[in-house]
Ligand binder design. Structure first.
Ligand code: HDE
Length: 755
């Protein structure tokens, strides 16, 4: 029989109700008195100041961490209790009238346990259901108070804690990570003037121009309602039916059919605020702004064939990648860049900055880097944090304001509204992950699951009985930009919104040939899945307005003629843009380095272990993630007789789990591996997916057995295929690392694939 761990009643959430002495935790207890708790005189003031969302956090610390100890539960050395704190003697058997008798209604322990379990699930998000998140901070490069009074930008080196949730859009909570889809990129800044949510995506434009159309877009994109297919993908006939009848979608289609929709990792995606927002400084001066997050890990994507296979091999591919990188101390970073422009400049642009289907090309307004975001801590509990976090575009702080983008205006209603159902009422701001780091003071009261114990009898304003508190903040408070408005009340859109194609063309023309090939193949794949011929043809008619080559190539892939283009929605002259190189994934900064890249080292008995161990260590040192991959788990006997552990088998860790492969020297090893068709397939997939391959000595025999070409299809040397021997081992490893930093050799691709 275990003794009860606590020798006296103790509850971290009630500590100070029993006086200061009760704040010392008993053994096995996790509660730590907060480092910044005020030492007020009455017990409840101490509680109030120790609560999450209260007190003044010391700068540079993540103040959301410490106070959360109030709600952290660590069962170490503690006994089991019911939710009422009653010690549970037996957690295996229900209470019965006799060993073979019926279970008794009286069994409050069984009923409480089952009943809580019955209600464990909450509704999943209607879009962006599948996500992964992490904590971190944003650090300003300088004092940008001339631009905005938003506190995260107030001085050089200032750190603001953040929580970032990535997501796919269409798939359900248990769907796969690598579906072709937009990715959510939602950042919550916990500032000293309240929470600011920058709820963005990994693409800078959107499908529609007005919130009115959002439910239709989502209905069309989600599984078809009669049979709930496809899961974890955007629907085919219904989505393309809607798309081909909604020409404003043209630009976004180019992005979603590009490699942006199949990122290699959350860590290698850009993020965008999408809408035009406003920055307001302390003098009340306003400027328009677009927010851009640039990954310092490089901007990389999967190839489609690989994305499909990963869905089977590891549906948690992106979730795992983010988790493991942070656990390994390989903290991902993004630079925040702002495109700042005035209302007068905006009036001169050939597009409307309120139109969320348009970008502001970086060549027109360059990015100003203002800070970096670092993700350095995984959540403690997926449900409590990642699932319950509630982002709302309406959560802005003084210094940030909206524009009249009609999509943003609609979102400002939608997010707050959706949380009411999803999180069960109006107190979702009290859930620890959603609580601001500043104390909340207002006269809102009650509602389901209220946690604040508001004291006193005054719950209205103005009042005299409470000394007028809490009082209005006046100039210190949030003030909306006083934009002058004098217009008729109408349903409609501005004329420039009607140009649907010029920026779709800009995107297409700014891609490299390899990226253009991928776009054509993606359209071909998706439209092949569409069963209704008229929908295919109408989509081609839409693409005919984007680019002649694009539509001709897609039509050819579908065995169709190019149809007449869809009629244009405007007679106004269509703007033309010079190509924007920054729209190509391959031109983004941060493409160097191999941190976090996964490298398979194929081993079997007889492998040249000295060289292998050296390569392995060198990759580790550079922050890469090498893995010894073999026919089966267990030990292989190296050439010099030493055993080496196989970390994973080719069966459980197929090619698509790695960014590159090393095939070491050692004739017996090459022979043993060559007998396994999965190994040969592994190598062929590495090649087909453009991944760097390093082979030493007899490793080349294995490549030959897998029929890996030595030259690129055009006859030139393959920069990703490095052959080495003992004489040039180090040079070869360096060449391999360079290829790995470059990520892929797209020049290997042929259509259809020849390997
Ligand atoms: Fe969302 N969107 N959205 N969206 N969205 C939601 O809010 C909505 C849009 C985005 O990790 C929902 O809490 C409307 C654009 C992200 O928790 C919902 C419109 C962009 C996330 C909702 C849009 C986004 C959401 C579902 C058009 C990129 C996940 C659950 C007017 C700038 C946030 C929830 C997270 C989630 C509505 C368009 C990004 C229903 C009505 C444009 C990253 O409120």
């Amino acid at each position: 029989e275990q003794e009860l761990a606590a020798d006296r009643p103790y509850n971290a959430t009630k500590a100070s109700e029993y006086g200061d002495a009760a704040r010392t935790p008993t053994e096995g207890e996790t509660f730590k008195p907060s480092t910044h708790a005020a030492t007020g005189s009455t017990a409840s003031e101490i509680i109030a100041n120790d609560k999450v969302g209260s007190g003044n956090p010391p700068e540079g610390e993540n103040p959301t961490t410490d106070p959360l100890d109030r709600v952290r539960v660590d069962p170490a050395k503690r006994h089991l209790t019911t939710n009422q704190g009653v010690p549970v003697a037996d957690n295996q058997h229900s209470l019965k009238a006799g060993l073979r008798g019926p279970t008794l209604l009286e069994d409050f322990i069984l009923r409480e346990k089952i009943s809580h379990f019955d209600h464990e699930r909450i509704p999943e998000r209607v879009v962006h259901a599948r996500g992964s998140a992490a904590h971190g901070y944003f650090e300003a490069y300088d004092d940008f108070s001339g631009l905005t009074r938003a506190v995260p930008f107030s001085k050089k080196g200032k750190r603001t804690p953040v929580f970032l949730r990535f997501s796919t859009v269409a798939g359900e909570r248990g769907s796969t990570d690598t579906a072709r889809d937009v990715r959510g990129f939602a950042v919550k800044f916990y500032t000293e003037e309240g929470n600011w949510d920058l709820v963005g995506n990994n693409m800078p434009v959107f499908f529609i121009q007005d919130a009115m159309k959002f439910p239709d877009l989502v209905h069309a994109a989600k599984p078809e309602p009669h049979h709930a297919m496809p899961q974890a993908a955007t629907a085919h006939d219904t989505f393309w039916d809607f798309a081909s009848l909604s020409p404003e979608i043209a630009h976004m289609l180019m992005w979603t059919m590009s490699d942006r929709a199949i990122p290699r990792s959350y860590r290698t995606m850009q993020g965008f605020g999408v809408h035009t927002f406003r920055l307001i400084n302390a003098q009340g001066e306003a400027r328009f702004v677009k927010f851009h997050w640039t990954p310092m890990q490089g901007t990389h994507s999967l190839v489609w064939d690989e994305a499909v296979r990963i869905s089977g091999a590891d549906p948690d591919f992106h979730r795992r990648d983010l988790w493991e990188a942070i656990e390994a101390g390989n903290f991902p970073e993004w630079e925040l860049g702002l495109q700042v422009f005035t209302e007068e400049q905006a009036a001169g642009f050939p597009f409307d900055v309120l139109d969320p289907t348009k970008i502001v090309p970086e060549e027109l307004v360059p990015l100003t880097p203002v800070g970096k975001m670092v993700l350095d801590r995984n959540p403690d509990n997926f449900f409590a944090e990642t699932e319950q976090v509630a982002f709302c575009t309406s959560h802005v702080v003084p210094g940030i304001d909206f524009s009249n983008d009609p999509l943003l205006q609609g979102r400002n209603f939608s997010y707050q509204d959706t949380q009411l159902t999803r999180l069960g009422g109006p107190n979702f701001h009290e859930i620890p992950i959603n609580s601001p780091i500043v104390q909340i003071q207002n006269n809102q009261r009650d509602g389901f699951h209220r946690q604040a114990i508001n004291r006193g009898r005054v719950n209205y304003e103005p009042n005299s009985l409470g000394g007028g508190c809490p009082f209005q903040a006046g100039k210190m408070g949030f003030t909306s930009f006083p934009e002058p408005i004098s217009e008729d009340k109408v349903r409609g859109k501005p004329e420039l919104f009607a140009d649907h194609y010029s920026q779709a063309r800009l995107f297409w023309q700014s891609q490299t040939p390899a990226e253009q090939n991928h776009i054509v193949n993606a359209f071909r794949f998706e439209l092949t899945r569409v069963q209704t011929p008229a929908v295919r043809i109408r989509t081609l008619a839409l693409l005919a307005n984007v680019d002649d080559t694009l539509v001709a190539r897609v039509a050819e892939g579908l065995g169709l003629e190019v149809p007449q283009p869809l009629p244009l929605a405007t007679d106004a002259p269509i703007p033309t843009y010079p190509p924007s190189p920054s729209l190509s994934l391959l031109s983004r900064p941060g493409q160097t380095g191999i941190k976090g890249r996964r490298v398979a080292v194929l081993i079997a008995s007889g492998v040249d272990d000295k060289a292998v161990k050296k390569q392995y260590a060198s990759l580790l040192k550079d922050g890469a993630v090498p893995r010894m991959v073999g026919n089966m788990l267990g030990k292989v006997k190296a050439a010099d007789g030493d055993p080496i552990d196989v970390e994973i088998s080719v069966e459980a860790g197929p090619s698509v789990m790695y960014d590159a492969v090393i095939v070491p020297d050692g004739a017996p090893a090459a022979e043993a591996l060559a007998k396994n068709a999965q190994v040969l397939e592994f190598l062929r997939e590495q090649y087909r997916h453009g991944k760097p391959i390093l082979a030493y000595g007899t490793g080349s025999d294995l490549l030959a057995k897998a029929m890996i070409p030595q030259k690129l299809p055009d006859g030139s040397a393959d920069p990703g295929l490095v052959l080495g021997d003992s004489a040039n081992a180090d040079l070869a490893l360096d060449a391999f690392k360079t290829a790995l930093a470059g990520h892929r050799v797209f020049a290997r691709e042929t259509d259809p694939p020849s390997v």
